[in-house]
Design a protein around this ligand. Structure first.
Ligand code: 4NP
Length: 155
């Protein structure tokens, strides 16, 4: 049985093709396992990859965990997101600072660092795997899965 919708949650990285799509996928998966009817999305602070599917390495990582993210498309965070979403999580500190700069005055969304949700990982970044090798995407997956589980456990 589905529990009532708790929140709408947005995950934000730089390009919206590596980390935040994986955070969205991991969260959707954990929320569905927990029977939560939740709204989740992801976005980038940059616009270079708008309209593109996730990086093939991110798609392969999600698929290894049984999740197809091939239909996701990158988009850039917009001021309206601060009204649409209750919680906006940055994947690292640079993106957190940029999100805060974009935030319209008086918005009510919680804006914070994703790994602040994980006990013992407060203040840490989900490392950017874009310029590294495939193994980096497994590290990303472990981080976003831990955050997804921690988030779901709060509902
Ligand atoms: P993401 O990774 O922020 O996790 O999606 C990146 C994707 C693209 C670039 C940097 C990071 N880029 O420089 O194009």
């Amino acid at each position: 049985m589905l529990k009532p919708t708790p929140s709408a949650i947005l995950f934000v990285c730089l390009g919206n093709i590596c980390r935040s799509p994986l955070a969205e996928a991991a969260f959707r998966h954990e929320a569905s396992l927990a029977g939560l009817d939740v709204t989740a999305d992801s976005a980038g602070t940059g616009d270079w990859h708008v309209g593109r599917p996730p990086d093939p390495r991110a798609q392969a990582t999600a698929l290894r965990h049984g999740i197809d993210i091939s239909t996701y498309r990158a988009r850039q965070i917009a001021p309206a997101d601060f009204q649409r979403f209750d919680m906006i999580f940055a994947l690292d500190g640079d993106n957190l600072a940029n999100i805060r700069r974009l935030a319209p005055a008086g918005h009510r969304a919680h804006v914070g660092l994703l790994l602040d949700m994980v006990s013992g990982r407060e203040g840490q970044a989900v490392a950017d795997p874009y310029f590294g090798d495939e193994a980096g995407f497994d590290v990303t997956w472990r981080d976003v899965q831990a955050a997804a589980r921690a988030l779901v456990s709060r509902f």
